[in-house]
Design a protein around this ligand. Sequence first.
Ligand code: GRF
Length: 208
Amino acid sequence: MTPRRPARLVVLVSGSGTNLQALLDACADPSYGARVVAVGADRDDIEGLARAERAGVPTFVRKVGQFTSRDHWDRAVTDTVAGFEPDLVVLAGFMKLVGAEFLTRFGGRVVNTHPALSPSFPGMRGPADALAYGVKVTGCTLFVVDAGVDTGPIVAQRAVPVEDDDTADTLHERIKVAERAMLVDTVGRMARAGWTVEGRRTRFGDEG
Ligand code: GRF
């Protein structure tokens, strides 16, 4: 996939939005090659939306409960995101699984960041599950979203050590530092160079 320059990013969030903020900050530099054209959420009153508003980026909220079914919600999110003509959709702490319609429309150009080293510890409790298992190294993964839970082709990973006195929260905060850097580096490279997905293998294009 070869995005336009600057690549148009739509970012979906559910929480504090520190990953979104890292992208917004990176996009302030024209040489980064991307800009955030919209931020969407599945809930109101979150810092992620406030960060977008402060940056002057359009926002939208589509709550599952506003729709008669999960499929209707998925269609509404899909149509809204499509209206912003994204080259790449970034799920940055978005706590909902996108559905079939969304993946049909944007398949191959939706990435999600997960706070564990895939394929270990998928799901909502990545840092806590890594801690409970006793691993000494965990990390974060950026992957191309498919129909599974944190299963898609891997674009980037960063390793993070587990310390003896970690709690799930301290470990997650350390992972998030690596996660923000990974997201900024990788999304920028995707925006500038394009990317391909063949089976489970992803590759960047040449930066021109
Ligand atoms: C990130 O660790 C993300 O991987 C996880 O939730 C966190 C979101 O953080 N799913 P933020 O909202 O970007 O601060």
